[in-house]
Design a binder for this molecule. Structure first.
Ligand code: NAD
Length: 477
């Protein structure tokens, strides 16, 4: 991919032909895509087209909508290979991870269509004989979806499918760093979804901020806490419903377990897939004192066995960091952690693998610190970096796990049922995993609490409530 042409959008988006932004392969730093950003007139036109698309789309039955969406998903599946290559080229993740992401997105999306077909109101007894009380749900209108660069297919589909299935039109603003996948998703809807149902606007923060303050009926955002706060402030002022899916600082508690190797394998997978650039990446290990040394040694062994390189190479097990800004952030936080007393047990430096010497690679890094205030423990690093802390009592483990502002996901590895049950009741995260990594299922809410999320999350059936309004209708006999 050398030049991304303006896509055949279902809505005009005013491509001026002037490239505003180049995407780069993070493994080689070579430019791979050239994109034009929408101007304000284009944005107004897209919103108007989506408004018209909504009128036609919402008039269809839910079954018709879901059948069309199923057709669209089949077409996406047929394009798995080129889509995965584009994802790996712009985002950097391993080709196998790109394909797995597409597969998971399709499974979740098909599950969501099942939920949507059964989603609806409820009928309750009325106040007099023959009267009926009905709780109705209707689509909201035009939904704005804004997505980050780490999951270029999964995150958009988690918003588009439930929003469209319930009858909304959607305007998608993908990350400026990984727009190729989103553009392919939208193109794949050509000839299946009616004109104006699914629109795409390319741009960075300025374009996105303009959309947030425009005439939209709901906003679904996934990205950083800082951007989420800005969007939340505008949505609050405009009284527009908003779903914010934000960052994480996810802990894994490792108790004395019979199968420590299985626990460490699960942790390594959950920490280093996508080079740690996952909101659900495990980034803090809290190890029971008696197994601390074995956890440390086992992690170091696994981390030093990872092979850094381009995502397209079959031998690679650790891909690059997607953007220069993200790379700089990782180095800044690792250095800050060291200054505050963390000890680097392995890694800590930039990597220049032979297969990609100019790429943005960072060594898998293990930082030992028992200080809960250390920056590496408190701040989302979003890279291949783990902290390791020690605990002696169950109370201390749970206190340490809960001692951040984030509340996305957590894991606990224990053979003791009572500790597992206590953790499920007390861990302050939207998702809690006992004895496996932090990979979520296709039918369960994907949701954060504290600064990790506001409003309904995605994936589970409750998502459909976010994309619909509730009405109480009284039918007198
Ligand atoms: P980001 O907040 O920088 O950007 C996300 C999106 O917001 C991009 O499309 C960007 O163009 C847009 N944006 C930027 N400024 C904006 C503004 N003022 N108004 C509206 N939109 C604006 O995040 P990122 O760096 O792309 O992604 C990494 C972050 O995403 C991490 O914090 C990660 O934890 C989080 N994330 C969370 C989840 C989740 O489900 N909780 C999933 C994936 C990523």
């Amino acid at each position: 991919m050398t030049q991304v042409q303006p896509p055949a959008l279902p809505a005009p988006s005013g491509w001026s032909g002037v490239a505003d932004f180049e995407t780069r392969d993070p493994a080689t730093r070579q430019a791979v895509g050239h994109y034009s950003f929408a101007r304000s007139d284009d944005v107004a036109q897209v919103l108007e087209t989506a408004r018209q698309g909504f009128a036609a789309w919402s008039a269809l039955t839910v079954n018709t909508r879901c059948n069309l969406l199923a057709e669209w998903l089949d077409r996406i599946e047929a394009e798995t290979d080129p889509l995965a290559e584009e994802m790996t080229l712009e985002q950097g993740k391993l080709l196998a991870e790109s394909k797995a992401e597409i597969g998971k997105s399709l499974r979740e999306s098909r599950q969501m269509l099942g939920f949507a077909r059964a989603h609806g109101g409820q009928t309750l007894p009325g106040r007099a004989p023959g009267w009926t009380n009905t709780i109705l749900r209707r689509p909201r209108g035009v939904v704005l979806a804004i997505t980050p660069w780490n999951f270029p297919v999964l995150t958009p589909l988690r918003k588009l499918v439930p929003a469209l299935a319930t009858g909304n039109a959607v305007v998608l603003k993908p990350s400026e760093y990984t727009p190729a996948a989103a553009m392919r998703l939208v193109r794949a809807a050509d000839g299946i979804l009616p004109h104006g149902t699914l629109c795409l606007v390319n741009g960075a923060g300025e374009v996105a901020a303009g959309l947030v303050d425009a005439d939209v009926d709901a906003i679904s955002f996934t990205g950083s806490v800082a951007t989420g706060r800005k969007i939340g402030a505008v949505a609050g002022h405009n009284l527009v419903p908003v779903s914010l899916e934000l960052g994480g600082k996810n802990a894994a508690i490792v108790d004395k377990v019979a199968d420590l190797d299985a626990a460490l394998d699960a942790i390594t997978g959950a920490a280093f897939q996508c080079a740690g650039q996952r909101c659900t990446a495990i980034s803090r290990i809290i190890a029971q004192a008696d197994v601390y040394d074995a956890v440390r040694d086992g992690l170091i062994r696994r981390m030093e066995a990872l092979t850094a390189g381009p995502g397209r190479d079959a031998a690679t097990t650790l891909g690059p960091i997607t953007t220069q800004a993200q790379f700089d952030q990782i180095i800044r936080l690792v250095r800050a952690a060291e200054l505050e007393g963390a000890q680097v047990l392995t890694g800590g430096q930039r990597l220049a693998p032979d297969s990609a010497p100019k790429g943005l690679f960072f060594q898998p890094t293990l930082l030992a610190t028992d200080d809960p205030a250390n920056p590496a423990v408190q701040e989302e690093i979003f890279g291949p970096v783990l902290t390791l802390s020690r605990y002696t009592t169950d109370d201390a483990a749970l206190t340490l796990a809960n001692a951040t502002a984030y509340g996305l996901t957590s894991a606990i590895f224990t053979d003791r049922l009572a500790f597992a049950q206590r953790a499920m009741a007390e861990l302050q995260t939207g998702m809690i995993h006992v004895n496996h990594g932090t990979a979520p299922d296709d039918n369960m809410p994907f949701v954060g609490i504290k600064t990790s999320g506001l409003g309904t999350g995605s994936v589970g059936p409750s998502t459909l409530d976010f994309y619909t309004t509730e009405h109480a209708a009284y039918l007198a006999g």
